[in-house]
Design a protein. Structure first.
Length: 249
């Protein structure tokens, strides 16, 4: 199976990452088309979070290329990649818990060039329209939010940088099914607005339902790739990752 021919925003070619003598990723090829949601599923320890960290520039690559909008960014500092329009929402969410919701959001726009900082008010309003609950809690300390609200805040802060590509690491982790449904609906809405998303997710059923394309990462290598709908009906994916449970989205 092959991915969609949609114009690529992100291309990963032959990516390898080492932790000492351990090869965590090997020969990973992946692409994200403009305005598409691409998901990476796989078991714990497969290298999914490592993949996102390498793309974002948090860890060095032992081999391979990472190309964003035609520009090679492998080895570039994280702050440079953020300025290029790449934004990572980590599994741990990394919020400033002693600051208010609004201040956390405004920090997301910190990397904007001076010429765009005047747009912060409009961007903040757009985040509040996307997540009305954050508007209600804009003066509340981030540390007092529920798990679902923290995930909304982490997503909202990433959107404040005006990203071309969102890297999402396990956005459903630790959340109740109703909140998971809400988060995934927001991710799908971001695509309708033209955003591109690379989604790493253990909830394979939910991820494949909203994604356009998907990759299965096992033991640091891509074992399957193709349209998300085709992967969702592939017997190997059904048996290993989907089972017979009903959807949470």
């Amino acid at each position: 199976m092959t991915a969609s021919p949609t114009e690529a925003l992100l291309e990963v070619r032959g990516l390898a990452v080492r932790y000492g003598k351990v090869l965590a990723l090997q020969g990973v090829d992946l692409r994200v088309g403009r305005g598409r949601i691409v998901t990476v599923i796989g078991p714990n320890g497969a290298g999914k979070t490592t993949l996102l960290a390498a793309i974002a520039g948090l860890i060095p690559c032992a081999a391979g290329e990472v190309v964003l909008a035609g520009e090679a960014i492998g080895g570039a500092p994280v702050e440079d990649n953020v300025a290029r329009g790449l934004s990572l929402v980590a599994e741990t969410r990394e919020l400033f818990t002693a600051m208010t919701v609004e201040d956390n959001l405004l920090l997301g726009a910190f990397s904007l060039p001076r010429t765009r900082r005047r747009e912060r008010g409009a961007m903040l309003e757009e985040v509040f329209r996307t997540f009305p609950r954050l508007r209600e809690r804009r003066r509340q300390l981030a540390g007092t939010l529920s798990g679902g609200e923290r995930q909304m805040l982490a997503l909202g802060r990433a959107l404040m940088s005006g990203p071309r590509l969102l890297l999402l690491d396990e956005p459903s982790l630790g959340l109740a099914p109703l909140v998971v449904r809400e988060i995934f609906q927001v991710i799908a809405e971001l695509r309708r607005r033209g955003a591109s998303v690379l989604l790493v997710e253990q909830n394979a059923r939910a991820a494949l339902q909203i994604a356009d394309e998907g990759y299965v990462l096992e033991s640091g290598e891509v074992s399957l790739a193709g349209p998300a709908r085709a992967l969702a009906s592939d017997p190997r994916v059904v048996e290993t990752y989907l089972g017979l449970g009903r959807s949470t989205v």
